[in-house]
Design a protein around this ligand. Structure first.
Ligand code: GDG
Length: 745
């Protein structure tokens, strides 16, 4: 509306000016054209007179009327010549042609011819009169009168006037049209500029469509925003730690209590039938460890595969159960899968295909068409469940991991206003490795249905962006890590995952370090001074457990004095054991462990103690606290939470972390002993160094490690993602408002 008012204010004076110009110009052009016509007729008349005067003279003097008529008749054959006549010395019209206008006498002709514009208005129209002397030498016969019809000139004037008016009307319309279009475009330009400004992007790029006049302003604002953001982040001092309360506040303030849904394959609580009745189990999963605190804070709905034998027995008619069992604070909605679906989608496509594809662990990915079909179908099933569970049309949906690469796009199609945050918990390979997957484009498109796509490290983000660049037609803003596909944008960003940092009450519930040490040693029949390193992993070939065993062997070779005094206790929680690769790996490890234990051990001593069973989380904490070191030698790992759990358990500031350079955590924890697990020598040396490290050095390293993990805890991980989601929602709301404003205009 405002635009129209603006345009009207500009157009009204414009039309007035054009009308006034037309009003002044038309008569002027009329006069000008008459003057040119008169001048033409003057010369024409003179030319005619000069041409015929001799002949006329001869005809008159010889009284040859026939000849005179013939000359005059030939003249009046010209349609513009109305008549020709001769005035004698007495001022009488002695000769005249037929059609000579009645009202023109010799005196009238003389009078008119003397005027600057020798024209005369008669009843039948205007005429031009020219009077030329008819003489030869000193002899004069009188004057030749030539009368030209001026009606054709009048008609031409009328035409000119009409064309002129038409010209002014067209000119006015064109100017008005240009004004309207320019006004609209410039408004849209400003709107686009404002939008880009709010996105904090685009305006600095010369090829962006935003209006140039906004660019300096945008630069200033962006710089200011960046400073504010940095200031805010730097203000994240230990006093301003991310806590469950802070996360809850964020959800209420920034997301205004918006609906939050989580989707993952693994459920956070598994109900199992046992001889003692139904028991609830917590799975050994980094993902569950990380996401559970978020759900506790926001009381949303978690949708996951119901895999427990008693899962169906405890749900309501909506397949939902309230959890945690001791203090229900959110809903767990279960999706049921058939054995075939689980095998195809989970074991097949996700774990035999995508898992080895994304981890550089030298295990070949297997891609079967049937698995792919199940993967698609199960993703669709979860999408349907999410859509059916959503109470609003713009929920915040947290999609977890490589089991659901297609889900974001499937949800997006039905809930276009949803904010979909997908977190990929495992590494992202380089484009060459990813190209192995026959359905690479479909997977990438599916993931780009997300509003935000999170990885643990910048390196994984870079790999993902390069992969998209290689295989899809998209627009990528490398500066801001934004990928645009089908008019939608996905922010690709790193959010290093972490753990819940224990509070004082939890720490107080832990047994003392001394108790943990002695309990651990007693359990495995070791002496009080026996040195122990601990490893805790799912029994997975990516975790480098075999390389760890090799390092133990090499360390004992190099330092025989350690034989009988050192053991590595390895917890290997069973995982995906039905898959061939996992079985082969487990068999190979058992064999290797057997060899090492035979070589260096005896009846009462084993240098490598393998516990291939799931342990309670409180047991793990005690093991961490009772060991001299924790060994993480993953061949490739998205982040690795075990390293952070070890650090959090060591409030005595003792203990050494040995950490693979190929775990995402290595980037955050440089005070660990960083090793290349493929380098047996280096890992063996690190083991020895850990066992011999002075207490002071352990303290220094551990203090820094603890500060890092405490500050960069899991609430910060979730908080940063949700803050970005809130920011994107605010931006979308403002954009929608601007769009509707510009459309109303
Ligand atoms: C994926 C990524 C990323 C292990 N054994 C037992 C047990 N666990 C717990 C650990 C830890 C979790 O499982 C394992 O987490 P990780 O991070 O080490 O590894 P993944 O399971 O492969 O997790 C990984 C993670 O997702 C999060 O994004 O860090 O890179 O691969 O919490 O303590 N827990 C219990 N008993 C066991 O026997 N209770």
């Amino acid at each position: 509306m405002n635009t129209f008012r603006l345009q009207f204010r500009f157009l009204a004076p414009l039309f007035l000016v054009i009308a006034a110009t037309a009003y002044l110009t038309v008569p002027l052009v009329d006069q000008l054209s008459l003057r040119w016509t008169v001048r033409d007729l003057n010369s024409r008349s003179q030319l005619i007179a000069n041409t015929i005067s001799d002949n006329v003279f001869d005809a008159v003097t010889s009284l040859d009327h026939v000849r005179l008529d013939s000359i005059f008749n030939r003249l009046i054959m010209d349609e513009r010549v109305l008549g020709v006549g001769i005035c004698d010395h007495d001022g009488q019209l002695s000769e005249k042609t037929a059609g000579f206008p009645d009202g023109i006498s010799c005196s009238v002709a003389d009078a008119v011819a003397k005027k600057s514009s020798p024209t005369l208005k008669l009843t039948r129209g205007s005429v031009h009169i020219a009077v030329e002397p008819l003489d030869r030498g000193v002899l004069s016969l009188g004057e030749l009168i030539l009368v030209h019809d001026l009606s054709y000139a009048e008609k031409r004037g009328e035409d000119t006037r009409r064309y002129l008016i038409l010209f002014f009307v067209i000119l006015g319309s064109v100017i008005a049209l240009i004004t309207v279009i320019t006004a609209h475009l410039s408004l849209r330009g400003w709107v686009a500029g404002a939008r880009a400004l709010m996105r904090g992007e685009g305006l600095l790029k010369p090829f962006e469509t935003s209006s140039p006049e906004l660019q300096p302003l945008a630069q200033d604002l962006r710089a200011m925003l960046r400073e504010l953001e940095e200031e805010r982040r730097s203000r994240e001092s230990p006093q301003d730690l991310w806590t469950p309360e802070k996360l809850r506040d964020l959800l209420h303030a920034d997301l205004r209590g918006d609906e939050v849904l989580v989707v993952s394959n693994r459920e956070p609580y598994i109900h199992e039938n046992t001889p003692d009745g139904i028991v609830v189990k917590r799975p050994a999963s980094g993902l569950v460890t990380a996401v559970e605190p978020v759900m506790r804070a926001c009381s949303g709905t978690w949708i996951a595969h119901g895999s427990g034998s008693a899962d169906r027995l405890v749900v309501d008619s909506n397949d939902t159960v309230q959890v945690p069992p001791d203090k229900p604070s959110y809903s767990l909605k279960r999706v049921w899968l058939t054995k075939e679906e689980e095998e195809g989608y989970y074991y097949g496509f996700a774990n035999e295909g995508l898992w080895p594809l994304c981890h550089i662990a030298h295990v070949r990915p297997v891609f079967r068409v049937s698995d792919w079909e199940y993967y698609k179908a199960v993703n669709q099933r979860f999408a349907d469940k999410v859509i059916a569970s959503a109470r609003t049309d713009d929920p915040v949906i947290l999609v977890q991991d490589y089991h659901f690469a297609l889900l974001p796009q499937m949800i997006r199609e039905r809930l276009p206003r949803a904010t979909i945050i997908t977190f990929w918990h495992i590494p992202w390979p380089n484009p060459e490795s990813f190209s192995i997957c026959p359905w690479r484009a479909e997977l990438l498109r599916g993931m780009l249905g997300s509003s935000i796509l999170g990885f643990h490290t910048r390196y994984h983000c870079k790999n993902f962006i390069e992969t998209v660049d290689r295989f899809l037609e998209t627009r990528i803003e490398h500066e801001h890590s934004i990928i645009r596909l089908d008019n939608r944008e996905t922010l690709v960003k790193s959010y290093p995952i972490s753990i819940h940092w224990p509070d004082e009450a939890e720490e107080a519930s832990w047994p003392s370090i001394e108790d943990c040490r002695s309990e651990l040693r007693q359990r495995f029949g070791l002496s009080a001074s026996h040195q122990v390193a601990i490893g805790v992993d799912r029994f997975d070939y990516t975790k480098g457990i075999l390389e760890r065993a090799n390092a133990v062997e090499r360390m004992l070779e190099k330092h025989p004095d350690m034989i009988g005094k050192f053991s590595l206790i390895q917890v290997a929680a069973p995982s995906r054991s039905s898959l061939d690769e996992y079985r082969y790996f487990q068999e190979r490890l058992l064999q290797r462990v057997e060899e090492i234990n035979q070589r260096f051990g005896n009846e009462s001593y084993k240098p490598f103690i393998l516990l291939a069973e799931h342990q309670g989380s409180n047991v793990l904490t005690r093991y961490f606290r009772g060991a001299e070191a924790c060994v993480v030698t993953s061949l490739h790992d998205g982040m690795n939470l075990v390293s952070k759990e070890f650090i959090s358990s060591r409030n005595d500031l003792a203990g050494v972390l040995i950490l693979s350079q190929f775990a995402g955590a290595a980037g955050e924890l440089p005070e660990a002993l960083i090793v290349n697990p493929y380098h047996v020598e280096e890992t063996a040396d690190a083991l020895y160094r850990a066992m011999t490290m002075p207490e002071g050095e352990q303290r220094e390293r551990m203090r820094n490690l603890r500060t890092t993990v405490r500050e960069r805890n899991v609430y910060r991980w979730a908080g940063h993602m949700l803050q970005d989601a809130a920011r994107s929602r605010r931006r979308e709301r403002i954009e929608a408002r601007l769009l509707s404003h510009s459309e109303n205009c």
